[in-house]
Design a binder for this molecule. Structure first.
Ligand code: EPU
Length: 430
C-alpha cells in the first residue's frame, strides 16, 4: 500500500463537462475473453485504470502479444498463448482474474487461477461459477489457494443459477461459447456489461442470444476469430460524477454515456431533487435550486439501483434535508465506508444491511481512508462538499476503477490534488 493521498477541498459546485470512460466491469471481462480468439482483437474505449493494466500484464505473462495503439485502444493477440496459469502475484488483488477460468476452459480445457481477491464486502463465494463449470463436465479443485479446472470435453447444459450473479453469468458464458451443443443459462444477471460481453463474444464468432433477459442461450462453436470492438461507457463512473454534481449544487454535462443505462440512477437522483436533461449520448444534471430531498434507496441487480453506486449516494444524502434510508440488497457487508463518512461529520447508523442517514447542515474536512473502490469515491464526493480539506488515504482502491479522476474533478472546478509521498518519507514512515 503506498502512502499517496488525495487532498480534496470542499466548497466549489461542479460545473462544466466530463467525458466518461469505458466500463470497468465490462473491460475486466472482455480482456480475458480475448483468450478465446485465434487472431488479433482490437479493443477500443479501454478505461485508463490499474485493473486494466494488471489484466494486460497477466495476458502478457501468459504469452499474449499486447500493444497499446492509443491511450484507449489496445491490440491483443492470444494466438500463441503458452500458459494456462494465472499466477498469485498478479491475481491476488483482483476479483476479475477469475474470468480467466471460463476463458481458458473454453480455449484449452484447462485453467489454474489464484483465488480471486478484490474489494472486501464480506464473503464473496464463487460456488455458482463452479456449479456451472462442473455441470459442463469440468472437474474443479481448490489447492493451496489455486483454482484448478480441467476437462476432456465441455458440453452444453441447462443451468439455473441459485442467485443472480454477474461474475458467474459471464464466467460460464465464456466457457459455454466453446462447449459442444446448446447451453441454457437461467436466472442470469442482466447488467449492461452482460450484454456487452455477449456482443463481444458474438463479434468473435460465438452464438449467444438473450443477454439482457433472464435466459441466455448459447450454441457452442468450434472456432472463434479476432474482432474489433468498442467497450460501453461506464455507468458507475457517470453516476459518480452525477451524484457529485447534485451533492455540490452544481450543473454538469456528462458525455459519452448511454442514457438508457443510467435510468436506475437518474430516477433516484431526480427524486432527490436533481434536474436532468437527456440527449443521445449525454445528459445534463443540475441542482441549482433548493436542498437535496431525503430519499430511500434499495440496491438490487439490474435493472434495480446498482450496488456500485450505493456509497456515492450515501455521501450525497449526508447533505439531504431529512432522513434517508439505504438498503443493500446485493452484498452482505458494504457499509465499511460509513465510519469514514462519520469522521467528516455525517450522521449515519448501520444495522445489518440498512443504513439510516440523518441529513446534516455541513461536513468538515478530516483525514479518511478509501475502504474500497466505491467507498473511496464516496470520500471524494464528501470531500467536495466538506468545509476545509479532506485527505484520503489508500487511494490505490480508487485508481483501480476511476480513470484520470483528479484531472476530471479539477476540470469540473473541484479542488482536488494527488499528493505523492516521496520514497524517503515513505521508508521513514514504514
Ligand atoms: N454470489 C454467490 N455465489 C457466487 C457468486 C456470487 O452467492 O458464486 C453472491 C455474492 O456473494 C453477492 C451476489 O451473489 O451477494 C452478487 O455477486 P456477483 O457475482 O454479481 O458479483 P461479482 O461478479 O463478484 C461484480 C462487480 C462488482 C459488483 C457486483 C454486483 C466485477 C469485477 N465486479 O462482482 O463491482 O458490485 O458484480 O453488481 O464485475 C465495483 O465495481 O465496485 C464492484 C465491486
Amino acid at each position: 500500500m503506498t502512502l499517496n493521498k488525495f487532498v480534496v477541498t470542499g466548497g466549489n459546485p461542479l460545473h462544466g463537462t466530463v467525458k466518461i470512460g469505458g466500463a470497468k466491469n465490462a473491460a475486466v471481462a472482455i480482456i480475458p475473453a480475448t483468450i478465446l480468439a485465434r487472431g488479433k482483437c482490437v479493443i477500443d474505449n479501454i478505461p485508463n485504470i490499474s485493473d486494466v493494466t494488471q489484466l494486460l500484464k497477466m495476458l502478457t505473462e501468459m504469452g499474449a502479444t499486447v500493444r497499446m495503439l492509443g491511450k484507449k485502444t489496445v491490440e491483443i493477440d492470444t494466438t500463441h498463448l503458452i500458459s494456462h496459469t494465472v499466477p498469485y502475484n498478479l491475481a491476488k488483488n483482483m476479483r476479475a482474474s477469475y474470468y480467466f477460468i471460463g476463458a481458458l476452459l473454453g480455449r484449452s480445457h484447462e485453467a489454474s487461477v489464484y483465488m480471486p481477491g478484490g474489494c472486501n464486502f464480506g464473503v464473496r463465494p464463487i460456488d455458482q461459477h463452479i456449479k456451472g463449470f462442473e455441470a459442463m463436465g469440468a472437474s474443479v479443485e481448490i489447492e493451496q489457494g489455486m483454482i484448478n479446472a480441467r476437462t476432456d470435453e465441455l458440453r452444453g447444459v441447462h443451468i439455473y443459477f441459485d442467485v443472480v450473479t454477474v461474475g458467474a453469468t459471464i464466467n460460464v458464458m465464456l466457457a459455454a461459447v466453446r462447449a459442444k451443443g446448446l447451453t441454457i443459462l437461467e436466472n442470469v444477471a442482466k447488467e449492461p456489461h452482460i450484454v456487452d460481453m455477449a456482443n463481444f463474444l458474438n463479434s468473435m464468432g460465438a452464438d449467444v442470444r438473450g443477454a439482457g433477459t433472464d435466459v441466455i442461450k448459447i450454441h457452442g462453436v468450434d472456432v472463434m476469430h479476432g474482432a474489433n470492438y468498442s467497450i460501453i461507457p461506464d455507468q458507475i463512473e457517470a453516476g459518480t460524477y452525477m451524484a457529485a454534481a447534485v451533492a455540490t449544487g452544481g450543473d454538469i454535462r456528462v458525455e459519452n454515456i448511454i442514457p438508457k443505462h443510467m435510468e436506475p440512477i437518474t430516477a433516484r437522483l431526480r427524486a432527490a431533487g436533481a434536474e436532468i436533461e437527456e440527449g443521445d449520448d449525454w445528459l445534463r444534471i443540475a441542482r441549482t435550486a433548493g436542498p437535496i430531498q431525503r430519499i430511500n434507496v434499495k440496491t438490487m441487480p439490474h435493472p434495480g439501483f446498482p450496488t456500485d453506486m450505493q456509497p456515492q449516494m450515501a455521501a450525497m444524502l449526508t447533505m439531504a434535508r431529512g432522513t434517508s434510508i439505504i438498503t443493500e440488497g446485493v452484498w452482505d457487508n458494504r457499509f465499511k465506508y460509513v465510519d469514514e463518512l462519520n469522521r467528516l461529520g455525517a450522521r449515519i447508523t448501520v444495522d445489518g444491511k440498512v443504513a439510516v442517514i440523518e441529513g446534516v447542515e455541513e461536513l468538515t474536512g478530516a483525514p479518511v481512508k478509501a475502504t474500497d473502490l466505491r467507498g473511496g469515491a464516496a470520500m471524494i464526493i464528501a470531500g467536495l462538499v466538506a468545509r476545509g480539506s479532506t485527505e484520503i488515504e489508500d487511494i490505490v482502491y480508487i485508481e483501480r476503477g476511476y480513470e484520470d479522476v483528479v484531472e476530471k474533478v479539477t476540470a469540473l472546478g473541484g479542488d482536488m490534488k494527488r499528493v505523492i509521498v516521496p520514497e524517503v518519507e515513505l521508508s521513514k514512515a514504514l
